[in-house]
Design a protein around this ligand. Structure first.
Ligand code: BG6
Length: 513
């Protein structure tokens, strides 16, 4: 196994645009396995260019693509250029591209091909000498999990995982991190047999989002919210990740995986951990992880699972004004697919702070609109000195962290309706990033790729977090597996009626964001 590298963490709340701080990556080469995939094209390549355009990559940076394609370096560079032009956020500048493209290489081959790995090793050695990448290599596995063992054992066999002198070697892994607790443990053991944990960067791109990092600022930089942040005042928490898109073209990844494994196991449980955790001693990775791990270790399913969860699969319906087909008619899905595209679960965090407060997590494809938000819903006032008719339109106070789109925070509370009578109705007080700050947020992948190169692990879940998340989800998945097919819901709605019934049993309702 490669030797452990010296940790070099820093504050995850640090502004990557702040040029007073040394947030520029050092000499490094990034190897992407699976470079012909959708993620590489849509996210990774534009993010690399945007980093270069913001001046955050050194002149000695190199990008190496590895795939089974009959390409020369120039062909690959052209593919990267097209992806950058289509997806970059900082504007295309020829001089930035020219500098970046000088360090672009391609290695053709399959993962089983020892010769291809020898060519990759030679390419890296040449780049270290010619371009000055200094032996610092990050390997991004943007590949199906079944290919992990082969690529990892090639990296071990060739010694490419082992740093020399003061250089570093890191591995970046994309989810899914297994499909249940057992497979996650196996995967962690496999990765751990090649790279030390400090050199393993598991991407959960939600942690790279500004609004997600802002949960820490909101909670720990202010006095206002903390006194309310517990079962004394909070009735429940709703974490929603709704998407309006369907799954056409993604059957290969999604069929048999489903919504819970796809995003609850990672993104939504990470959001829960950030909302529920205690103040960390510092923002060092270890202190952050300690607090997140404490939350995940204390999180349980509300029983019985059948009554406190819901799942569904989208049928035909509408996306905006367009008619759309149901999942079973999407390309690549079989007519008897039982993959859920909507999942809702109810959890509680067994700690003094949160005892008795349900955390409802829900996600779905082809829902009414794309929105991710965390709503802290407060208890009703213990007494209302108004006639019932005056407060008919008064709901529960809520603090809503709008993760996306329209990033910001909303505080909902009751206010008097202007007029001679006394009528109280909900109003919103809004903070919006767009209005308050002039700098645009970096894309999540930009932030995370830079952190990989800098060796800053704060925003990457560690093995224990991944395993604890599966430990929470496994009983739900087992319950669902034993109880037939998911309910169908019409595309463009907010999910199956069973989700509404699940909430109605508790006297609550889902928010309609
Ligand atoms: C990915 C999931 O992790 O997140 C996708 O695999 C989902 O199914 C995507 O569409 C959503 O990401 P974002 O950043 O658009 O909310």
């Amino acid at each position: 196994m490669a030797r452990a590298e010296k940790p070099t963490w820093s504050n995850p709340l640090r502004d990557p645009h702040d040029t007073r701080l040394p947030r520029i990556a050092g000499p490094s080469a990034l190897v992407i396995f699976g470079v012909t995939g959708d993620l590489a094209r849509r996210k990774l390549m534009p993010a690399i260019y945007d980093l270069a355009n913001r001046g955050l990559l050194p002149p000695s940076f190199a990008l190496i693509g590895f795939a089974r394609r009959d390409w020369e370096h120039e062909d690959f560079a052209q593919v990267v250029r097209e992806a950058v032009e289509a997806g970059c956020r900082t504007g295309f500048r020829q001089e930035v591209w020219d500098r970046l493209s000088e360090g672009i290489r391609f290695v053709a081959g399959t993962f089983e091909d020892d010769d291809a790995f020898a060519r990759l090793q030679q390419t890296l050695t040449d780049l270290d000498a010619e371009r000055g990448t200094d032996g610092n290599h990050a390997y991004y596995l943007s590949i199906p999990p079944k290919a992990f063992p082969t690529v990892l054992s090639q990296l071990r066999r060739t010694g490419m995982a082992d740093p020399t002198g003061s250089s570093w070697r890191r591995v970046v892994i994309e989810k899914p991190f297994g499909h249940d607790l057992e497979s996650a443990r196996e995967l962690n053991a496999l990765v751990g047999s090649v790279f030390p944990e400090e050199s393993v960067f598991r991407i959960d791109h939600y942690l790279g989002k500004e609004t997600v990092q802002n949960i820490l600022a909101l909670r720990f930089a202010n006095q206002l919210f903390d006194p309310l942040w517990s079962s004394h005042y909070v009735d429940h928490v709703q974490i929603t990740m709704a998407e309006d898109i369907g799954l056409g073209g993604r059957a290969g990844y999604y069929d048999g995986i489903g919504a819970a494994r796809d995003v609850i196991q990672n993104h939504l449980l990470q959001l829960l951990a950030l909302v529920a955790m205690e103040e960390p001693v510092s923002f060092s990775p270890r202190h952050l992880q300690t607090e997140k791990i404490k939350v995940l270790s204390s999180t349980r399913n509300i029983m019985p699972i059948a009554e406190n969860s819901a799942r569904g699969q989208y049928g035909p319906g509408w996306q905006g004004s367009e008619p759309v087909v149901g999942l079973k008619d999407e390309e690549g899905f079989s007519p008897d697919s039982t993959t859920e595209t909507f999942a809702a679960i109810a959890l509680e965090v067994d700690t003094r702070r949160w005892a008795g407060v349900p955390f409802y997590l829900r996600t779905g494809k082809r829902l009414g609109r794309r929105v991710t938000e965390i709503a802290i819903v407060f208890k009703r006032a213990p007494h209302l000195p108004f006639d019932d008719t005056m407060t008919e339109e008064l709901g529960q106070n809520a603090l809503v962290i709008r993760v996306q789109p329209d990033e910001g925070v909303t505080l909902r509370f009751g206010s008097k309706v202007p007029g001679s009578g006394m009528e109280v109705r909900d109003v919103n007080m809004d903070f919006s990033y767009g209005g308050a700050f002039t700098v645009s947020s970096p894309e999540a992948y930009e932030r995370l790729l830079l952190d990989v190169m800098l060796g800053e692990p704060s925003l990457f879940p560690v093995d224990e977090e991944v395993e604890l998340s599966w430990q929470i989800l496994d009983p739900v998945l087992e319950d669902w597996a034993a109880s037939g097919a998911p309910d169908e819901y019409e595309s463009g709605t907010w999910g199956p009626t069973s989700a509404d019934e699940m909430m109605a049993r508790t006297g609550r309702v889902w928010r309609r964001p």
